[in-house]
Design a protein around this ligand. Structure first.
Ligand code: ZN
Length: 90
């Protein structure tokens, strides 16, 4: 378990998201994709469900060509999680 989902500071809520300064807010309250490096792994590492609105961005992460090791790791981590069904073939 890692601490990405721990709010930095206090008083954050969906209505007072601090996307630029708090990783928990960045991961949970982004509109389309978290602006946070390796964000899908943060969800998986913490046993959290990746929100449906992030699935198009998750597909984009898997299509990245700039970091083969990351994409390969992510692909492995997603296997057997049920995301295959949502994403199509992994
Ligand atoms: Zn926060």
């Amino acid at each position: 378990m890692t601490s990405e989902f721990k709010h930095y500071g206090s008083g954050h809520s969906k209505h007072r998201a601090d996307l630029d300064n708090c990783s928990a807010c960045a991961l949970m309250f982004a509109e389309h994709a978290p602006n946070y490096a390796g964000w899908p792994l943060a969800f998986l590492d913490n046993g959290r469900t990746i929100p449906e609105r992030y699935l198009p961005a998750l597909k984009q992460e898997l299509a990245r060509t700039d970091n083969e090791a990351y994409v390969s790791n992510l692909r492995q981590r997603l296997k057997g999680t049920g995301y295959e069904y949502l994403l199509g073939e992994l």
